[in-house]
Design a protein around this ligand. Sequence first.
Ligand code: SF4
Length: 332
Amino acid sequence: MSAERLTVQQALDKFAEYEWYDNHKTEVIQSCHRKGYHHLIGPFGTPLAMRVGDAAKFGSCWHAGLAGYYERHNAQLVYEKRLVRSALRYNQEWQKQFAIANAQLQNRYKIARGMQQLLLYFDHFRNEDEFFEVIDSEVGFIYLVRPRPAELLFKPFIYVGTLDRVLRRQTMRDVVVGETKTCSGDPAMRLKEMRLDRQTQGYFKMLQSMDIDRVGGVVLDAAQITATKITNDVFCRDFVQLKDLDGEQWRLETIEIVEQWRHLRERARLFTGDNQRVLAVFDKRTKECTHYGLCPFYDMCLYGVTADTLAGHSPNLWHPLKENAEVITDAS
Ligand code: SF4
């Protein structure tokens, strides 16, 4: 089957029979099985959302600003107009993230600071960006992972996500994924992490699955965005060349993560009604409890699942394609 472009609803209907996974789910599962249990299964069968802090909301606003600038139609405009499109998207997201939900809160992230940092970013990469033609942006994808002939059997599933940008490199005449991550620490170190991250290989695999010739790799950006800190060298960009083998390795690793998770779920089902045994199936990885700030499920792990520790948690309703208009699907 070759790639096709569908509306999100058409795509979800088409693949309704399959369980879906994405980078977030597989990362949560890998980071701590107990966190995976709270977030993807839930103590009473309702998966619980992970609360998002102001830093992550600031990051979302920033990404919206990038999306406005690199949107495939906006990318044809003159520089100043692209900045305006960026500002509009950034402001729209700001209103959604902060102005409505946090009207009464003291938010140390200021709207002007994020915009200022976006302008610095665009200026920093303005000359380099000339060598990249934006051929698509915010590209949703659904990739069906199913056993191949002679492969050990497993239940097929879909892998879902969005590529920030698809770019043609003028110098090499190949097509690459452009991806930006925000961070609060050293962007050079973040870039090192991203080079090895499974998500980078996954982007490459998705681009390959879209019937595109000459897929070269991934252009990675790391941008340090902070509320108050003033530093130099806040933007880093590098190109990661990838090969077929990298995409295949990503596929195999994803199958293993999903199969291991399914095995845990099956085992937990054997102990239905015995909460202690169920919890014991999903082991705790305590090094993760404070890795990116305090884990949202910390109280539940410390004091158990009670009315008090459940208070303030809401159901996990997130889906990676909820913001997309259309999706490219593939079943290779
Ligand atoms: S508090 Fe620690 S052990 Fe508990 S779910 Fe979070 S990361 Fe896992």
